[in-house]
Design a protein around this ligand. Structure first.
Ligand code: IPD
Ligand code: CA
Ligand code: CA
Length: 263
């Protein structure tokens, strides 16, 4: 394993241990509402701090962009760690076991390392640019399914900001009869990891944050898949709109979504 990836894995496992401990006593959890349907728990904050401690000890000059504490030194540094300490907080609060820790390292504009750790299943997804994607020690490949009508697609519904809702529902209505199934598991980072792992053929969502996407995007690319914005282009970390999948399903998803893509 690349030594930098090893540090990220150590950080993700520390966060995972904090999450698993808290999952045993959900009733004792302190929950704060940031805005409509946007919750943060002491677990999000503790997991994020544990991750930052590990990364900063190893790489004091790297920048950090983390969901709960924001940007630290990221503007000046060439290397930035992009962190979601608990992706799927709403699931976590409800004991719905679909959530993950996501950590990615970006060098300038290029994603170099990715870790997505699912603490409920103890599944560790990792990727280093140019060296492939793995689930634990198993090499990952995206699916080979070639027809949208056979494809299982995951998505995320708009649920806290609704500026995309009409566009999103038009996309959903169009796509539903064209695919084998659509799922909304509730943790975007893990959805992307599952595309890399071949459990899903594709994924799309609008209005995401960089920490929801960065780790999963590299995993998909290193598993032989494609990711892009709604036009198939590179700006998804900035726009928040992402499509991913095996190469054939990616192209067909883009074609199906195209009529609804905002100009
Ligand atoms: C959320 C999850 C969810 C997605 C949201 C994200 P959070 O992240 O990834 O699946 O639909 O847009 O914000 O807030 O649980 O870290
Ligand atoms: Ca998230
Ligand atoms: Ca989060």
């Amino acid at each position: 394993m690349h030594p930098t990836l090893g540090i990220a894995v150590k950080a993700a496992r520390r966060a995972g241990a904090i999450i698993n401990r808290a999952a045993r006593d959900l009733e004792g959890l302190t929950i704060t509402r940031k805005r409509h349907a946007d919750f943060v728990t002491e677990v999000d904050n503790a997991a994020e701090q544990a991750i930052i401690d590990v990364l900063q000890r190893a790489y004091p000059n790297h920048g950090i962009l983390a969901e709960e504490s924001g940007a630290q030194g990221a503007a000046r540094a060439d290397h930035t760690w992009i962190i979601d300490p608990l992706d799927g907080t709403t699931n976590f609060i409800h004991g719905f076991p679909q959530y993950a820790v996501s950590i990615a390292l970006r060098h300038k504009d290029v994603l170099e390392q990715a870790v997505i750790y699912d603490p409920a299943r103890n599944e560790l997804f990792t990727a280093t640019r140019g060296r492939g994607a793995f689930l634990d020690d198993k090499r990952l490949r995206v699916t080979q399914r070639s027809q949208l009508r056979d494809a299982l697609i995951a998505t995320g519904f708009p649920f806290r900001e609704f500026q995309h809702i009409d566009t999103y529902l038009a996309m959903f209505r169009d796509l539903l009869p064209k695919v084998a199934g659509i799922r909304r598991p509730g943790a975007a980072a893990l959805d992307l990891a599952w595309v890399a792992a071949g459990r899903l053929d594709g994924f799309w969502e609008m209005g995401l944050a960089p920490w929801d996407m960065a780790g999963g995007a590299l995993l998909i690319q290193e598993a032989g898949g494609l990711v892009g914005d709604l036009k198939g282009e590179a700006g998804y970390l900035d726009s928040g709109n992402i499509v991913g999948g095996n190469p054939k399903i990616f192209v067909q998803l883009l074609r199906a979504l195209e009529p609804y893509v905002p100009a």
